[in-house]
Design a protein around this ligand. Structure first.
Ligand SMILES: [Zn+2]
Length: 233
């Protein structure tokens, strides 16, 4: 096992309240005015029609491995992504936070997935998808939840899986969008967020496996500082 020191975490000593003090690269966590996540108050959002987003995900092979304090899932090719406002963003990886980071009218979902997209020029768009726990769901996450605690033990262990990322997404893809930041250090800004309004479900046993690895990985909500949240339906 490689000794890989992660400088930040979620506990009292190195947690979200301290991120801005850990090193100069992380200062934006304290000084930034467009930080994520945020609480979405439905009564405050500006409504726009129609949706200008198209998702091009398909079944493909992924590698699952620990990165810093979480587990990330990397597609082997970049032949999937999404189009938003005329721009195409390839999917580079996805991961989750337990409990959810973005709130809807103050409600905290048990889990929130982040699909990270990056254009060649470094422009980042993250699409967020909440899930509720419901044992009657037919969502097929295969062995993905089981692999999370397996790879979390160190930074070398990897697992391979074939998945269709559409499984994580609701049928009706109405969403909120705003300008924010990464939610882990360094919490750099300039990130376009797409937060899907409708939550999909996962089974309790799948949630339990994911929780073993990535339980308690949520940054608290940040001030909007006048930022607008827009709703596309
Ligand atoms: Zn995330």
């Amino acid at each position: 096992m490689t000794v890989e020191k992660v400088k930040w975490g979620y506990d009292e000593k190195t947690g979200p309240d301290m991120w801005g003090h850990i090193c100069s690269d992380f200062e934006i966590a304290n000084t930034g005015k467009a930080q994520s996540p945020v609480n979405i108050e439905q009564s405050d959002v500006e409504k726009i029609k129609p949706s200008t987003m198209r998702i091009y995900y398909k079944e493909t092979d992924y590698t699952i491995k620990r990165i810093e304090q979480s587990v990330h899932v990397f597609p082997h090719d970049k032949e999937q992504g999404l189009r938003f406002n005329g721009e195409y963003y390839p999917l580079v990886s996805f991961h989750a936070h337990i409990p959810a980071e973005h709130l809807l009218d103050g409600y905290i979902y048990p889990i929130e997935w982040h699909f990270v997209h990056e254009k060649a020029d470094g422009t980042t768009l993250v699409m967020s998808a909440w899930m509720e726990i419901d044992n009657t769901t037919n969502v097929e996450l295969k062995d993905l939840p089981k692999h999370f605690p397996e790879v979390f033990v160190d930074f070398e262990t990897e697992r391979e899986i074939t998945l269709d990322a559409n499984e994580f997404l609701p049928e009706e893809r109405v969403f909120y969008t705003y300008q924010g930041s990464r939610t882990t250090p360094p919490t750099v800004e300039g990130v376009t967020w797409i937060v899907l309004k409708n939550a999909k479900s996962l089974k309790q046993e799948d949630f339990t496996e994911l929780d073993k690895a990535i339980g308690n990985t949520s940054r608290p909500i940040q001030d909007l500082n006048g930022r607008e949240i827009t709703f596309y339906n």
